[in-house]
Each structure stands twice: as structure tokens, then as C-alpha cells.
Design a protein. Structure first.
Length: 367
């Protein structure tokens, strides 16, 4: 007697009758789809469709488009608070308190990474047409609290906050006035970036793709006394076309669309300057670069990410021209000092007479 073969339909009928696998006849042969039904119950089993008794499952929700991090504070133009009461309510609103906390957190990261010492460094976030949050003066960035944050207008007049605002906020405001995309600024004194600033050396380009994309060309501003209008002008002008600026004999300032963005650029600058400095000690200071064509590809990527670059229309031969960058070199001392051309070196007659006189005096004393 041949063995009975059960199909998926047979198993469905078997299960509908309330029976289980234990009730199947001994030696029954199950088709692959019958095994699926027995394993999964009365759900969808048949190739190309569902079982006759089961309704099709609801279609899965459409896959959401992945998002990029965006911490930019967006205000409504023309809606800045005006009266003292409105300003205080705004300054203590949940959204602004959250920004203050982020400034505190960034300050701690700067201090932990030794980008600041003492009470150095400062942060700002633009929160209105004429409103900017800033850090206080004479407070270590590693130990700030949200209660110490300040609110100023675009001229630096303090509007809220019991702690006095940093004097260097004027430099941040100069950047924001000149470059509308600068919604936040970060100033610090990271060792390697500041070393380049003290040396007055503008970091070379076309060395590392990440630096080309997220920083672009790093700017260099002349020295002016910190906190003065002259410093604000010098740095503000340099920052129009540079998201990171080395302030000669001072430090580094970066700007971005939000405080995280501007701080990340500070990390990028310090890492890049450190890498260039270390690489300059190797291979006789000969550094490799990408090509101008490859640099153009990275500049195009910056544009896709919303970052303008003044080099977009430069010729390829201009993009990676680092002729002004001269890594520290060690000059070799010749084994023998060459005599002047034309024969042996000429001797100074007066010096020879002095040597002769001293020699005679020494010999006379010995006798």
C-alpha cells in the first residue's frame, strides 16, 4: 500500500478540523508547502499567494527616508521679543534652555580635550534677527552652568543673564554680520592649531579628504588685541570665505550652522594641524597631496552639503598650490668650510699682530 501524501491544502483542512501534527497518520508524506503550513499554522504559505483561509497581511509601512543630524536653531524672522518681560520669557523658554545646556556640554568637551585653559575660549549661538546666546567671561569652559549663559543683541549689548558676557563675543558677532550662514561660533586655543597661528603658517590644502570637505581652506587673520573692534574686523573679514580661521598669535575660531557643527570644525582643525605637523617630521618634510582634479570633486561635495567654497571656480593648478608652506627643515653643515673663490682665505693683519703679541707674552712668562 502506497504512503499517503499530504499537500498544503490537506494540512490546512487537517488544522481547521482542530487536529494537530500528532493526529497525522503514521508514515504520511508531506510536501514542502505542507510542512510550511504545519510549521506556521494557517498563515501565508503557498508560493505565489496566501492560504485560502488567511487574509493577506497588511503591507509594510514605506521605509522612511534617512535623515541627517540637524541641530540648527530656526527662528521666525521679524518675531524677536522686544520688551524686557518678553526677553526674559524667551531667555528662560525650554528651547533656549536646551541650547544653553548644549553650550555647557560643548564647553566641557573643549576643556576635556585641552582646547582651552584658565577661562579661555567662548561660544555663541544666534537665536534671532538681533539675538545671540553667548558664554560668560572669566568662567572656565569646563565648569559652566546654564545659569551663567548670557543673551546679547547683534551689537553686543547684554539683554539677559546675571553673568557678564565675554568681551570676545564681538568677534563672533562680526562673523555673523558678514556671513549669514554663521549661526554659531566656537573659539578656543587648541595646541596644534594655535601653534600654526603663532608661527603665522596657513595650513596647506589637498592633504586629507575629510579636511577638504568639512573645513575647506583654513584662513589666517592678522594679530589684533583680543576683544577689540580691530580684532573683530580682522577676523570677521577672514571668516567670510573660511569656516575656520587661525588668529595669529592668539588661537582658532570656527563657525557653522549650529554649535555642534562649529565645535566639530574646531576638532577638525586641531586634528588636521597635528597630522600635518607630525607628517612634516617624516620623509624630509615631503608631503603628498591629492591632485587638483580630485580636490575639485571634494569641493563639489562641499556644495552638496550646503557649504560654499570660494575655490569652486579656481583652476586645478591653483587648488593644491602649497608653495608658501615650508615645513621646518634641518640645514646640513658642510664637512669643510670652503675657502673663498680665488685661493686661500685672507687673514686680518691686525688680528695676526694681536695673536703674535699674546703668544710672545705667554712664552716670556713661561721662561
Amino acid at each position: 500500500m502506497s504512503k499517503k501524501v499530504f499537500t498544503a491544502a490537506d494540512i490546512e483542512a487537517h488544522l481547521k478540523s482542530g487536529k494537530t501534527a500528532a493526529d497525522l497518520p503514521k508514515g504520511v508524506i508531506l510536501t514542502p508547502s505542507a510542512k510550511d503550513v504545519l510549521r506556521d499554522g494557517l498563515g501565508p504559505v503557498r508560493a505565489g499567494g496566501y492560504s485560502s483561509s488567511a487574509a493577506p497581511a497588511a503591507p509594510a509601512a514605506a521605509y522612511a527616508e534617512p535623515i541627517l543630524p540637524d541641530y540648527e536653531y530656526k527662528w521666525t524672522p521679524g518675531k524677536d521679543p522686544k520688551t524686557p518681560a518678553e526677553i526674559q520669557a524667551f531667555f528662560n523658554s525650554p528651547a533656549i534652555v536646551e541650547l544653553k545646556q548644549r553650550m555647557v556640554d560643548i564647553g566641557k568637551r573643549m576643556w576635556d580635550r585641552e582646547y582651552t585653559d584658565g577661562n579661555g575660549g567662548n561660544l555663541t549661538i544666534r537665536v534671532g534677527d538681533n539675538l545671540v546666546l553667548c558664554t560668560p567671561t572669566l568662567v572656565s569652559k569646563g565648569f559652566m552652568t546654564i545659569e551663567q549663559m548670557c543673551l546679547v543683541d547683534m551689537e553686543g549689548v547684554q539683554l539677559a543673564g546675571k553673568y557678564k558676557r565675554t568681551s570676545e563675543c564681538m568677534t563672533h558677532l562680526a562673523i555673523m554680520k558678514r556671513q549669514p550662514k554663521a549661526k554659531a561660533c566656537c573659539h578656543a586655543h587648541p595646541p596644534h592649531g594655535t601653534a600654526f597661528a603663532v608661527a603665522g603658517v596657513q595650513p596647506p590644502t589637498c592633504m586629507i579628504p575629510e579636511a577638504e570637505v568639512f573645513l575647506g581652506q583654513i584662513g589666517l587673520s592678522e594679530y589684533q588685541t583680543p576683544g577689540t573692534p580691530a580684532n573683530a574686523v580682522a577676523v570677521g573679514d577672514a571668516a567670510v570665505d573660511h569656516m575656520a580661521v587661525l588668529m595669529v598669535n592668539h588661537g582658532v575660531i570656527t563657525w557653522g550652522k549650529d554649535i555642534e557643527d562649529s565645535y566639530w570644525k574646531m576638532e577638525n582643525v586641531e586634528s588636521y594641524c597635528k597630522t600635518i605637523w607630525v607628517a612634516s617630521q617624516l620623509n624630509g618634510g615631503k608631503l603628498l597631496t591629492i591632485t587638483g582634479g580630485q580636490a575639485k570633486e571634494l569641493i563639489a561635495l562641499r556644495k552638496v552639503l550646503g557649504m560654499e567654497d570660494k575655490r569652486a571656480n579656481w583652476q586645478e593648478c591653483q587648488l593644491c598650490d602649497n608653495a608658501d608652506f615650508s615645513p621646518g627643515t634641518v640645514c646640513q653643515i658642510p664637512d669643510k668650510v670652503a675657502a673663498p673663490s680665488g685661493g686661500s682665505a685672507k687673514l686680518d693683519p691686525e688680528a695676526e699682530k694681536l695673536v703674535q703679541m699674546l703668544t710672545e707674552q705667554i712664552l716670556a712668562a713661561v721662561k
